[in-house]
Design a protein around this ligand. Sequence first.
Ligand SMILES: [Zn+2]
Length: 200
Amino acid sequence: MQTLDRLVHGFARLPGLGRKSAARLVYFLLGAKDEFVESLARDLIALKRDTRPCSRCGVYAEGELCAYCADPTRDTGTICVVEESRDVITIESTQSYRGLYHVLGGAISPVDGVRPADLTIDDLIRRVREHGAGEVILATNPTVEGETTALFLRDRLQAACRPGAELTVTQLALGLPVGGDLEYADRLTLARALNGRTAV
Ligand SMILES: [Zn+2]
């Protein structure tokens, strides 16, 4: 197989791309400036080599801490819990949130064999206890799995909270399409969901 065919084959394996779109991308790259294609190739290699989950919150980062944990201007008293690192991009795009994050690494799903122990729930509880967060926002996806996870987290967080410690657990509210992914919620809907979050 020649390079061109191998690349079309490779691109066609990416989410959302069929063979036809894959071919269009490969032909575009063939006609693009050397500089652009070389920098893209270098970034692809660096992505796999240097990008790791942040040791504190699990958001993908280059280095020990992610940009949010390392930023002294972020509100460390608020933690927004998401299923995947990519959900953070969606929430950041609203420009309505200045707190920190916690990436669960998925959602509880008995059908797919994902148990609470497979997620970073214990790390979240430890963070809340040790650093005394004032608010935890549950921003799991509006799916059955996401809702199950949010309910489980609410109970675990409330049970783990030290007596006398003030912890508010809230959940994204209003207008998120049920069954969808946070990723597909538009910016305005998500900003409203963030601002209109309610205690659970
Ligand atoms: Zn982090």
